[in-house]
Design a protein around this ligand. Structure first.
Ligand code: KG4
Ligand code: ZN
Length: 342
C-alpha cells in the first residue's frame, strides 16, 4: 500500500437511506446502502422512524463498506459525512458517528454538503465515465430539491433557479400517492409509464419565471382530475394506470427539459448534467441523450447507483476536499437547512 493511496470513508444519513462507501483515489471500492422499508406504508418518510433505523444500521453498514473494500479501518485517510441538508435526527446519527470514528482513528473529519455531493458524484472515476468540464449546468432533481446550478469549480456553485414550492421528486411521489401507490412512488410511475401513452391525458404546465419551477399546481390538477374520473368510473385508475403514469411523467419531464433549454439560452453553456434521485428516471435520461443530437449539448448522466442517496457521492466530495486540504473542525454540527452554495 503506497502513501499515495488515499482511502476515504463516506457516510450518508440525511434522509431514509443509511449508506457507507470507501473510495480509493476517486474510484469506488464499496458503496453499501441500507434502504428503510419501514416508511413505505406511511406514504412518506417518518423522521422519528428514520433516525431509529439509522441508529440500528450505521455500524453494520460502515463495517460492510470497509470489509467490501478489502481494507481495515486503519487504512482510512479521512472520514467524510453528510452535514446537511436533511432531517435533523437522521443527520445527527451520521454526524456523531463520523466524529467519534475520526477521533478514534485520529484522522481528519470532512463535512459534506449533500446537494454538492449529488453534483460531485459526476467526478467519481469509472472506466466509462465522462467527467464534466467547467463550467457546466447541473439540474439537481431530488425528493427535497429542484435546482438549476451553474458549476464553475468543484466547490464553486451558483443557483440560477429553483422551485418555488414542491420539489420534482415530491411531484412524482405525491402523484403516486394519489394513485394509491406506495412511497417512494417515483420509480413506480417510471415503471408503469413505460407501457403507457404519454399524450393520453394532457396536463397544463405552470407559468413561472424562465429558470423557476413550481409543482404544487400540477399536483392539485392531477388530484382533481383523478377524483373526477374515479367518481365517474371507480375502476378508472386500475384501467388506465399506465397511461396516467406516462402522462404525468411526460408533463414533468417536458417542464425539466424546457427549463434546461432556458438555462442554455441564458448562459450559453451547453455542458449539461443531471443529478439527484429523479435523475434515475428513464424518460429524463432518454431526453438528455436525445438533446446531444438535437441541440449539440454535451450531457452528463450519472450511473444509476449514484442518482439516489448514496455514500459514494459523499466520499468523492470528501476526497476532493481532502486534495484541497480542506478539513472540518470536530465541533461542527449538523445543519438541516444548508444551501448548495454553503
Ligand atoms: O436524491 P434522493 O434519493 O433523496 C433526496 O435527497 O431527496 O431522491 C429521492 C427522490 C424520490 O422522490 C423518488 O421518488 C425519486 O427520487 N426517484 C424517481 C425515480 N427514482 C427515484 N423519480 C422518478 N423516476 C425514477 N425512476
Ligand atoms: Zn439526495
Amino acid at each position: 500500500m503506497s502513501t499515495k493511496d488515499i482511502y476515504i470513508l463516506g457516510i450518508e444519513s440525511s434522509c431514509d437511506d443509511t449508506s457507507a462507501s470507501v473510495i480509493l483515489n476517486g474510484e469506488v471500492l464499496s458503496n453499501v446502502v441500507a434502504n428503510q422499508e419501514v416508511h413505505s406504508k406511511y406514504g412518506g418518510v417518518v423522521p422519528e422512524l428514520a433516525s431509529r433505523a439509522h441508529q440500528q444500521n450505521i455500524v453494520p453498514v460502515v463495517q460492510q463498506a470497509i470489509a467490501q473494500a478489502g481494507i481495515t479501518k486503519k487504512d482510512l485517510k479521512a472520514i467524510a459525512f453528510t452535514r446537511g441538508p436533511g432531517l435533523m435526527g437522521s443527520l445527527l446519527v451520521g454526524t456523531s458517528f463520523a466524529k467519534s470514528l475520526s477521533i478514534g482513528l485520529n484522522i481528519p473529519l470532512i463535512a459534506v454538503n449533500h446537494m454538492q455531493a449529488h453534483i460531485l458524484a459526476h467526478f467519481i472515476k469509472e472506466e466509462e465515465s465522462k467527467i464534466p468540464e467547467f463550467p457546466f449546468i447541473c439540474l439537481t432533481i431530488s425528493g427535497g430539491h429542484t435546482q438549476i446550478v451553474k458549476v464553475t469549480d468543484h466547490f464553486e456553485m451558483e443557483i440560477l433557479g429553483e422551485t418555488k414550492d414542491d420539489a420534482v421528486g415530491e411531484a412524482f411521489d405525491k402523484s403516486a400517492k394519489i394513485l394509491g401507490l406506495p412511497y417512494p412512488g417515483g420509480p413506480l410511475i417510471d415503471k408503469y409509464a413505460q407501457l403507457g401513452n404519454p399524450k393520453a391525458f394532457p396536463f397544463t404546465q405552470p407559468k413561472v419565471g424562465d429558470l423557476e419551477f413550481s409543482f404544487s399546481g400540477l399536483k392539485t390538477q392531477i388530484l382533481y382530475f383523478i377524483q373526477k374520473k374515479v367518481k365517474e368510473d371507480p375502476t378508472f385508475i386500475e384501467e388506465n394506470l399506465n397511461d396516467i403514469c406516462a402522462s404525468i411523467q411526460y408533463t414533468i419531464v417536458e417542464i425539466l427539459i424546457k427549463k434546461l433549454k432556458n438555462a442554455v439560452k441564458h448562459t450559453g453553456i451547453k455542458q449539461i448534467a443531471i443529478a439527484g434521485g429523479v435523475s434515475a428516471n428513464s424518460e429524463i435520461r432518454k431526453r438528455l441523450l436525445l438533446a446531444e443530437k438535437q441541440w449539440k449539448w454535451t450531457t452528463y448522466i450519472p450511473k444509476f447507483e449514484y442518482t439516489t442517496d448514496n455514500a459514494a457521492m459523499i466520499a468523492i466530495t470528501g476526497y476532493l476536499s481532502y486534495l484541497n486540504n480542506s478539513y472540518t473542525d470536530i465541533a461542527v454540527s449538523a445543519k438541516a437547512r444548508l444551501k448548495v452554495t454553503e
